[in-house]
Design a protein around this ligand. Structure first.
Ligand SMILES: [Zn+2]
Length: 202
């Protein structure tokens, strides 16, 4: 996989502000929920600070922090998840975390901890290396926790599905850059929303 392009500090801030606005506009970051990060080219990452309203981020809401050290609490309680993904997979250039409602609702169904399966949908082609709707993808679902650092340490994810869901909480989606991370989250939320509608029609 190609390595992500190195971003300047300014580009990183601009991308995170835009990512926050895009997710907030879709109703995925209620009550300051969510956090967003991009990898910098110098061993650091830029990440949104804890408690910031994602619809109106400013440059000061973006922290530039070394990936070689544990992130401070000011970064976000969930920053250790971002750090783990960047450390383990050099192809990841951006990580987005939000609370989109359809994804989160389906994560609460019985059996959801076995993963949420999507199949037969055109939009599956938004995911990496998928070229046909005639396939199925299972997005992992993990139990929610308030111990994000411990969760980060034991985190496992699929090399082919660029996302994981926390039950009753939200989703992490990632990609080589901020646009890809957003696109993956948007496609998954759309497909899970279709699944919610399909169940209502029964
Ligand atoms: Zn969250």
């Amino acid at each position: 996989l190609p390595r992500p392009l190195a971003l300047t500090n300014e580009e990183a801030r601009t991308q995170l502000i835009a990512l926050g606005q895009a997710c907030a506009a879709r109703g995925w970051t209620p009550a300051t929920a969510g956090n967003f990060s991009v990898r910098l080219g110098d061993g650091r990452a830029a990440i949104t600070r804890s408690g910031a309203d994602k619809s109106r981020l400013v440059a000061e809401d973006v922290l530039l922090l070394p990936l070689g050290e544990a992130p401070p609490r000011s970064a976000s309680a969930e920053a250790p998840i971002h750090w783990r993904l960047y450390r383990e997979d050099r192809s990841i250039g951006a990580v987005a975390h939000a609370h989109p409602p359809a994804t989160t609702a389906l994560s609460l169904l019985p059996g959801a901890l076995e993963g949420l399966k999507l199949e037969g949908l055109e939009l599956l082609k938004v995911l990496p290396r998928i070229t046909t709707h005639e396939t199925s993808v299972t997005v992992p679902v993990l139990p929610n926790t308030q111990g994000m650092a411990a969760l980060a340490d034991r985190l496992v994810w699929s090399p082919t599905v660029p996302a994981l869901i926390l039950q009753g909480h939200g989703i992490y989606a990632w990609g080589p850059d901020a646009q890809a991370a957003f696109r993956h989250m948007e496609a998954l939320e759309y497909m899970f929303d279709l699944e919610c509608r399909r169940r209502q029609l029964r």
